[in-house]
Design a protein. Sequence first.
Length: 233
Amino acid sequence: MPRIVVLTGAGVSAESGLGTFRDKDGLWTKYDLAEVATPEGFAADPAKVHDFYNARRANALAAAPNAAHGALARLEAAGALIVTQNVDDLHERAGATGVIHMHGELMRALCAACGATWPAPRAMAVDDTCRECGSGPCRPDIVWFGEIPYHMERIGVALQDCDLFVAIGTSGEVYPAAGFVQDARRAGATTLEINLERSGGQFDRVITGPATHVVPAWVAEVLGPEAPGSAGS
Ligand code: APR
Ligand code: ZN
């Protein structure tokens, strides 16, 4: 199998009922991202930020992974690397074990004072205190606008070494993730976009359609049709 790096965005979780950000009635059409997804917004009104992420955490807990998550877990088991911009845990709940969450994770909490992280409670609150240093403030372990995404070193090495870079369900609006396709091309990889509609990024190939339909079909193309009787997704 070629060395494959997959980058997923909100579109891979859309059919699980989790909103995307920039589609019609997406999250950023309902909330001002400056108020709920920046360090300044958190400093100004931490309760509002906790409410926003507590609601998204509840939605994610109530959602189920879909056939695209299942197919990508099979591809990871065959050696692919999944990098996700998503903060939900649907890749993991579909069986993926080594996902790189470059924008952090809804299901983890972070101490803004000492950097400790731990599994987040269902609902976080302003007066939560850090398990390590006892202070805080405690915030969702999410990378906000203006902050440096996680694991960029590891992602850079993977992009340099890959044969195929695949962006699934992402608008390509937010850097550095939006620049990965160029990094991969410069490193000589072939590039594929899988999306409801083409995002306009520079991909060698584009497959359009809903992720739950086109991702399992593409994974079967890469892995060969599933062995009969193996667990479906
Ligand atoms: N199947 C496949 N693709 C879909 C589907 C679907 N069912 N539904 C939507 N999409 C595609 C849209 O066409 C769009 O290209 O998913 C993409 C969603 O784009 P965004 O809402 O911009 O989400 P994303 O690209 O993940 O945003 C990147 O921006 O706000 C920040 O940190 C946040 O991680 C997020 C980052
Ligand atoms: Zn602490």
